[in-house]
Design a binder for this molecule. Structure first.
Ligand code: NI
Length: 181
């Protein structure tokens, strides 16, 4: 019998795998592909680090590579669900809408940068509350328990390592997936 298996002996399974592997970029969306073409890797699907450098992929609130924070913030209402709008080495620059009380938590491995864009945000901590208004910045030191509270609502810019989870060491129903625009 001269079937496929006989022609190629024990090798074809690997050959097929290789063929499929070389086509893996087809599962990457076109925008992602456009922004990754400078990467030397032949297999873009596996090149997860490409997302962690340079300009981001999104279209909302973005013109000529610049992120417009007001435009991004106008695309969603959900509180406590950060959107990553820029990358800075291994850090995310995120915007988030805050409303009500967030989960008290800490980040054992990192500080967390807050800049209030609009509204008012209180960061409750054991050592005393910090009240932030528009244009005001505070950095919560690593390991310090904090509970952001925003009764009236606020829009806040955060800078933190890309792997940082919003609820830190205290998962809750408000734990959010990383969303890169
Ligand atoms: Ni935090």
């Amino acid at each position: 019998m001269a079937g496929q298996f006989d022609r190629q002996g024990p090798v074809p399974a690997q050959g097929e795998l290789s063929t499929r592997s070389s086509g893996c970029a087809s599962t990457v969306d076109p925008i992602t592909l456009l922004l990754r073409v400078h990467k030397p890797s032949h297999c873009l699907q596996q090149d997860t680090t490409a997302l962690d450098h340079g300009l981001l992929l999104g279209q909302a609130g973005r013109m000529n590579g610049a992120a417009d924070l007001a435009s991004v913030l106008s695309t969603f209402e959900e509180p406590w669900a950060p959107r990553t709008v820029a990358l800075l080495n291994d850090y995310d620059v995120r915007v988030v809408k805050t409303k009500g009380e967030f989960t008290r938590h800490s980040h054992p491995d990192t500080d967390e940068f807050f800049l209030v864009l609009h509204g008012a945000l209180t960061i409750r901590m054991d050592g005393g509350d910090v009240e932030l208004g528009p244009g005001q910045v505070y950095v919560v030191p690593r390991g310090v328990p904090h509970q952001p509270v925003s009764i009236e609502g606020a829009e806040v810019l955060l800078i933190e390592p890309s792997a940082t989870v919003n609820t830190g060491d205290t998962p809750s129903e408000l734990t959010a997936e990383r969303r890169v625009l």
